[in-house]
Design a protein around this ligand. Sequence first.
Ligand SMILES: [Zn+2]
Length: 346
Amino acid sequence: MGESRAVAEAPTRRIEGFAVAGGVWATAVPFPSPLAYSYSYAVRAAEGIVVVDLGWDSDEAWSAFRSGLARAGHSLDEVIGAVITHAHPDHYGLARRIREHTTAWIAAHPAERAQIRVGAAERRARVVEIADWLGASGVSATRLAGLESELAELEAALPGVEADIELLDGAAVPGTGGALVALHTPGHTTGHLCFHDRERGLVFTGDHVLPKVTPNVALRPGSAADPLLDFLDSLRHLRDLPDNLLALPGHEWSFDRLSDRLGVLEVHHQSRLREIEQAVREGRETVWDVSRAVRWARPFDSFTPRSLRSALAETYAHLARLSEDGRLVRRAGRPERWTVARGRRD
Ligand SMILES: [Zn+2]
């Protein structure tokens, strides 16, 4: 009785929309994850409202998106376009509803566009391919079943809505008079984009740079061969920006001193590379065994299927970087095995 009362009286989570700079509003759009929400930003541009990222696809998320826009004093009719940092469901989920309810264009990097443009059969094939890859990581059959079912759910959460406009590195976002510029920052995903607002001194960092969480850099089927190398290069790409920008990320909170954060992320991955190389030196050979030896922010055994999949893909990305660097050798098979390269056994 006590418990059902508590459920009945639980307040619905308040979703805040707030101004972050003249003509820029942030809306926290809820999604089912420990991160709790992703940001959708409404930017007043030369020709109307441009939205940066859309959030998760649910009725609750859609109503948060719309009330955020209303708090900013704007309506759906004023939205001329949406730019997407990357095609994960917490950043792209509402694309189908935007398509249904507005005439706005949707813009993304070509590499993300390719991820979005998949039919049901292709989506199923992709799940099979990733499940097979997870099998090669050395994960046990029981854990594998949980990973597979979560994966199918996640794939289903991505709307098959194609982007209308492709943005490459340095491209001006349409309708902004050149004020908003795309920066290609691969690593978290192959076609990840950040956006620099040159007039307001802002940078929208998506999931490339977050203020506290270390963005997931994952090697999995469909990703680049060495995504960690891309990610580290992309950190350096943002160093070219002026240092007094306010960074507006996809999760958590806004932050300044971007270059400090870029430095922290670089150091984090260098130290994780050393940690992972050491684990292989100690005789751990599979992605699974190495993952178990890594010091994660939370205990490895407490991971949900989604976190576990991210952890394996993250370990994989570091192993691949080390083997590209000639420090480790990768042997194909089920499971795949990693050993220290000849001449590196010191
Ligand atoms: Zn995200």
